[in-house]
Write a protein that binds this ligand. Structure first.
Ligand code: 5AD
Ligand code: SF4
Ligand code: FES
Length: 349
């Protein structure tokens, strides 16, 4: 894929005129059709635990928030959820949690991954989204059967990263994790938050260049949504949901237009801003949906941002609801398939 042109990316991200926006989304949709098709692939998300050792200033489950009741699923609960997704022919699951790197946690994940793998006859795809870990840990989890990893860089700009995190959260280390994951052989996913405090359009251009330079296979990004119990609760005095949504959709569209064959998720945060936000994401170029399959009794305590949808809807309801949403825009679900990013090539061994 040829390197995107910065000026062109900036020009596309700057579109605000309604008619031009519609054109931009249509153009992205054409590129999507050509490079990845119009099948939507599901990744059932298991929110494994809201225990986190980090303290990101934007996040509702940061360690400094004492108003959250902390939970961790049992192995049995996690495996049962994943196998439910397998029975529903979801093709693949994502195990996500707050960040922990103690030996007990590393063993726990390894055990869960190998059990899911075995009980799904090695068919269910397993993606991990468990933050920064040592190379050894990443290797163990890969050997246990995980084959994709999501680690959002949050922003490709070091200075902006520093403003949004405590001093001991290290941007360089995070980038190195992404590189290590690729080297091990994982399909690598990253992403950013869009509409962050202090973020400019130039930063978003840099984010897209970062995805290109790091040769990323999968992109998961969504609008920043303030959470009341965080230091950034009031950091955007002019916060406007409609504008935020448009900006996030533009990022999806421009990524599709310039990066072409990567997988792009239409994330839940889009739906927090507008009830049909995820459909809009698909129409702007995204091709992946991550239905929440966590038991409703835990969902309320996994609120990273305000207004997260589907808190009371169980996995079955979400499934039916998403099926309707997807068919309403004339797309089809790629059941029982991994739906790998066509961009991914296994590293030479
Ligand atoms: N708004 C939007 N996204 C958020 N995340 C965390 N807090 C927020 C927020 N307030 C995202 C981060 C993280 C992912 C799991 O959730 O990008 O990587
Ligand atoms: Fe923890 Fe992730 Fe939230 Fe940061 S964004 S506090 S690492 S759960
Ligand atoms: Fe969860 Fe509609 S997507 S209930």
């Amino acid at each position: 894929m040829i390197k995107p042109d910065r000026a062109e990316v900036l020009r596309l991200l700057s579109v605000t005129d309604k008619a031009e926006l519609t054109q931009l989304f249509q153009r992205a949709y054409e590129v999507k059709k050509q490079f990845v098709g119009t099948k939507v692939y599901f990744r059932g998300i298991v929110e494994l635990s809201n225990v986190c050792k980090k303290n990101c200033y934007y996040c509702g489950i940061r360690s400094g928030n004492s108003d959250v009741e902390r939970f961790t699923l049992s192995k049995d609960e996690a495996v049962t959820s994943a196998l439910w997704a397998y029975d529903q022919q979801y093709g693949s699951v994502v195990i996500q949690s707050g960040e922990r790197d103690d030996a007990q946690f590393v063993d726990f994940i390894e055990d869960i991954v190998s059990t899911i793998r075995e009980k799904s006859n090695h068919e269910l795809g397993i993606t991990l989204s468990l933050g920064e870990q040592s190379e050894e840990t990443y290797k163990r989890w890969y050997a246990a059967g995980a084959h994709r990893y999501l680690l959002r860089i949050e922003t490709s700009n070091r200075e902006l990263y520093r403003k949004l995190h405590p001093a001991d959260h290290d941007w360089e280390y995070r980038v190195n994790c992404i590189r290590t994951l690729k080297r091990i052989g994982y399909q690598s996913g990253t992403g950013v938050m869009i509409g962050l405090p202090y973020q400019t359009l130039e930063h978003l251009v840099d984010d897209i260049m970062f995805f290109y330079d790091e040769d990323i296979d999968m992109i998961g990004m969504g609008p920043f949504i303030p959470h009341e119990d965080t230091p950034l609760a009031n950091a955007l005095p002019e916060y406007n949901e409609a504008e935020h949504l448009d900006l996030a959709l533009k990022m999806i569209a421009v990524c599709r237009i310039v990066l072409k064959d990567v997988n792009i998720a239409s994330t839940t945060a889009l739906q927090a801003l507008k009830s049909d936000g995820r459909e809009m994401g698909l129409l702007a170029g995204a091709n992946i949906i991550m239905p929440n399959i966590t038991d409703t009794k835990y969902r309320g305590n996994y609120q990273l941002y305000r207004g997260k949808p589907c808190l009371d809807e169980n996995a079955n309801l979400c499934r039916g609801c998403l099926e309707k949403r997807i068919s309403s825009i004339g797309e089809e679900i790629g059941y029982a398939q991994w739906g790998d990013s066509p961009h991914y090539h296994k590293p030479d061994s």
